[in-house]
Design a protein around this ligand. Structure first.
Ligand SMILES: *Cc1c(COP(=O)(O)O)cnc(C)c1O
Length: 219
């Protein structure tokens, strides 16, 4: 019997390819967001050959991923959740990409951890694209300065990441993020979740972060 998540992976991959081609873009990388799910839930996707996964907490990821990485060579692990500066070294040690670089203190901590370990995960600057009070991400106007600071600290910034406001059409926010990335000369765009990954793909996402549409609702 095919596992549900495996058939959903195929369906979503098809949808992404189609949506991206409508916008004349390459299909984005599908990050399977496995937060809150245990190894037994994740394994069918690994067995089916999927290798790109996302987690939002360093500690949770450190608990379940080292054994899976050992068993399935080629896993690419993305940190998509807010990162505290005191966990920067652990994050650099475990993750291949960090999507939530958004403030000077974190930039300093990551720069130090990278210099010490010699590991340099790809980094995305998270932008507070809806200018929402309680949301992570740097302000739109501060993004160029943040990019400069991150580069000065030795962080390999490859693109921008955003989570648009909830409950409204995400397309204008995705378009704005894409425009910002273009103007900054950044190639990658981490945008789109279960609700809106097709729109994101159409507007040029390089990475979509999909959890519940793959694994089902989280408990
Ligand atoms: C949980 C999470 C996702 C995935 O959300 P779904 O709606 O389950 O697809 C994507 N991005 C971030 C930053 C998340 O925390």
């Amino acid at each position: 019997m095919t596992d549900d998540s495996v058939s959903r992976l195929a369906t979503i991959s098809d949808q992404l390819r189609r949506a991206a081609s409508l916008g004349d873009h390459a299909a984005p990388t599908l990050i399977a967001v496995s937060k809150t799910h245990d190894a037994d839930t994740i394994r069918p996707l690994l067995d089916a050959g999927h290798r790109v996964f996302g987690e939002n907490r360093v500690q949770e990821a450190a608990g379940k991923w080292p054994a899976l990485i050992e068993a399935y060579p080629g896993v690419e692990l993305h940190l998509i959740g807010q990162l505290q500066s005191n966990k920067a070294a652990d994050a650099v040690a475990l993750f291949d990409a960090i999507h939530t670089v958004d403030r000077p203190s974190l930039i300093a901590a990551l720069g130090e951890a990278m210099a010490k370990s010699g590991r340099r995960p790809d980094c995305f600057l998270q932008v507070n694209i809806g200018e929402e009070e309680q949301k992570g991400g740097c302000a739109i106007a501060e993004t160029p300065a943040m990019l400069e600071a991150a580069r000065a600290a030795g962080l390999p910034i490859v693109g921008l990441m955003a989570i648009p406001p909830h409950g409204v059409d995400a397309a204008p926010y995705f378009a704005l993020l894409a425009k910002m990335a273009r103007e900054l000369g950044l190639e990658k765009l981490s945008m789109g979740m279960s609700e809106d990954y097709e729109v994101a793909a159409m507007l040029g996402a390089s990475h979509v972060r999909v959890g519940s549409a793959l694994f089902g609702a989280r408990g």
